[in-house]
Ligand binder design. Structure first.
Ligand code: SF4
Length: 354
């Protein structure tokens, strides 16, 4: 018999088909790690029931690296830390197109253009918009962008240019954020996430685990993300990097799997993407991450670290019997019977409105 908090969570998510309350999620989080197999089993069922078996693949390009004026303590691209990261201005459109073609060849359906800035100034925004059009015309890929803090007019222009999804991570929970960054606020990040969504782009919003947060703060973080109704939630794991947080104890594989499973229970309908650090933290347990509730991967390299060859991820998905999604989903939102919880509808899962 599974522990009572897991029985309650299963009833809520699979029978009553409702989201967990914070108390329910905390009770699950406080179970000993010895119960991890049962937690993973439930997370996998929830993923299948709410999202289906597909795994969505995305590649990204660090189109302008380093020299960012902000002081995010985890980030090797901040100008304030001596991390040895590559520093270069916005790439030529041909270099971006080459990466987009490689993305398509790697079997991914989404391509994200990322720049290391506080927010885009006019010339950069124009160049990004030109690159978005070129990638769409040449490759047919869905294009996402991650350009930092936005003004409303900038969000509207990106949406009009056909940017499907905008990434803007909260990075950490509200309580921890002031220890992580002092040059902008948590509410600045929330405001841009809301702007992107309100402009009509899908919201990709996640963060980094292993920055010293408590288990309770990890749960709070997932609930704070859920409030923004993200279509996608990337989960990164902090790695030693020469930043002020570089000496933090790395999250253990079992803690990482527990976190992935908890995020799945709290965000049952999101694309939950394993991003930076998965190879280092999960190692041989990367497949377990996909059984613990994750249903999306970054393939190829990350912003400042090298990933593994995409063929290895395809082989892993085949071994797990998880098909590659033929696109990033429809990203529409419908309202359920209570009217209280908008649910993203996807091709793979009918949303039942009783
Ligand atoms: S704003 Fe982005 S690129 Fe700049 S330091 Fe923070 S996380 Fe790094």
């Amino acid at each position: 018999m599974p522990p009572l908090p897991l029985v309650a969570a299963e009833r809520a998510l699979l029978e009553e088909r409702r989201r967990l309350t914070r108390a329910e999620a905390l009770a699950v989080a406080q179970l000993p790690l010895d119960e991890l197999p049962s937690l993973i089993g439930l997370a996998h069922q929830v993923r299948l029931a709410w999202c289906g078996p597909e795994v969505e693949l995305e590649s990204l390009i660090n189109a302008k690296s380093g020299a960012c004026p902000e002081d995010c303590a985890f980030c090797s691209q901040s100008v304030r830390f001596d991390t040895g990261v590559d520093v270069y201005p916005f790439l030529d459109v041909e270099e971006i197109l080459a990466a987009a073609r490689a993305t398509r060849e790697a079997g991914a359906t989404q391509f994200c253009i990322v720049v290391a800035v506080r927010g885009p100034e006019e010339r950069l925004l124009r160049r990004v918009i030109d690159a978005v059009g070129a990638v769409q015309r040449e490759t047919g890929l869905e294009v996402a962008c991650s350009l930092g803090l936005l003004h409303p007019e900038q969000a509207d222009r990106l949406a009009a240019a056909g940017v499907r999804r905008y990434n803007h991570n909260l990075e950490a929970c509200r309580e921890l954020f002031p220890e992580i960054c002092t040059t902008h606020t948590y509410d600045d990040r929330v405001a841009t996430a809301e702007l992107a969504r309100d402009a009509g782009m899908e919201l990709c919003c996640g963060g980094i685990l292993g920055m010293g947060e408590t288990l309770e703060q990890r749960v709070d973080f997932a609930f704070e993300l859920a409030e923004l109704e993200p279509c996608e939630v990337p989960i990164n794991f902090l790695l030693p990097s020469g930043t002020p947080l570089g000496e933090r104890r790395m999250i253990t594989p079992r803690e990482a799997l527990q976190a992935i499973a908890l995020f799945r229970l709290i965000l049952p309908d999101a694309w939950l993407r394993l991003a930076g650090g998965r190879e280092f933290v999960l190692g041989e347990l990367q497949g377990m991450g996909l059984v613990a509730g994750a249903n999306a991967l970054i393939v190829g390299n990350y912003l400042t670290t090298t990933g593994r060859p995409p063929e290895e991820d395809h082989a892993l998905l085949e071994a797990l019997g998880m098909p590659v999604a033929d696109g990033p989903g429809e990203g529409r939102f419908v309202v359920d019977a209570s009217g209280a919880h908008p649910l993203p509808a996807r091709r793979s899962i009918p949303v039942v409105v009783e």
